[in-house]
Design a protein around this ligand. Structure first.
Ligand SMILES: [Mg+2]
Length: 265
């Protein structure tokens, strides 16, 4: 897959959640060509570096690029809500090692410290729900519930339990939950991408539809925020309360609307 010519000096950073924000599995193609035409234009006219900020793993994201027939790669990806990757000129994804290594180190240290607490949470969830606990290489602690309602219940249950370890947090998206470190999420990862280009939150645009987007839809990390009409209610509420744009359109049609709003002309 091809990359676009490198930007000489990025002036803004555009951060897009993927599933439910750009990607609609019911549409063909899942991301409309109009989105790519617009992003290519804004990238040139505004020197905007654009990226996908997702809960997907990098491997799963690459599948998404192929399935959605991306005509060119984004300038960066945040995978699993916290790992930063940048394509080289051959389109190969290279880890932003200082950040990713620090993130991995902090999470391993935290999980070691919170081992008993996580075991207690696991026991509680397995006793009271039909949810599945995930514990595997690269994904040391996560939950897949049977329904969104069950996940609501799980979150209300673990919130008081997790309180005893202030660094422990989680990212939630529909029936999926991933435990992690409170300092590494879509928001802080977006700020790290901005920092690489000597830019700040004021130069950042972010759009997302689900709970794991809450951190990046925040003035601390993005001065221009939006959510598509199909977003969960907590996202709607936060974006509205922060003076962001809740679009009329759903998914990528919302993303297109938001881009035209913040980058007119
Ligand atoms: Mg989403």
């Amino acid at each position: 897959m091809r990359t676009l010519p490198a930007l000489t000096k990025p002036a803004s950073i555009l951060s897009f959640d993927f599933d439910g924000t750009l990607h609609d599995p019911a549409s063909s193609p899942p991301v409309p060509p109009e989105f790519f035409e617009l992003i290519q234009r804004i990238r040139e006219t505004h020197q905007a570096s654009w990226g996908i900020n997702t809960g997907r793993s990098m491997v799963h994201m690459i599948e998404g690029f192929l399935e959605s027939r991306f005509p060119f790669l984004p300038d960066w990806v945040v995978a699993r809500e916290r790992e930063i990757y940048i394509p080289n000129k051959f389109g190969r994804w290279v880890a932003h090692a200082p950040w990713n290594k620090q993130c991995e180190k902090e999470i391993l240290r935290l999980f070691k410290r919170a081992k008993k607490l996580l075991a207690r949470i696991r026991h509680d969830i397995e006793e009271h729900t039909g949810a599945q606990w995930i514990d595997m290489e690269g994904e040391p602690a996560g939950i897949i519930s049977r329904t969104v309602e069950e996940m609501e219940w799980i979150v209300s249950r673990i919130a008081p339990l997790a309180g005893e370890e202030p660094h422990l947090s989680w990212q939630r998206n529909s029936i999926y939950l991933r435990f992690g470190h409170r300092d590494f999420h879509k928001g802080s990862s977006l700020s790290e991408v901005a920092r690489l280009h000597q830019l700040t939150a004021a130069n950042c645009f972010a759009i997302g539809d689900s709970h794991n987007d809450l951190n990046m839809l925040d003035a601390a990390h993005a001065g221009m925020i939006a959510c598509p009409a199909n977003s969960v209610s907590e996202i709607h509420a936060k974006v509205s309360a922060s003076g962001g744009l809740v679009t009329q359109g759903i998914q990528a049609h919302g993303a297109i609307e938001a881009l035209k709003h913040y980058f007119p002309g």
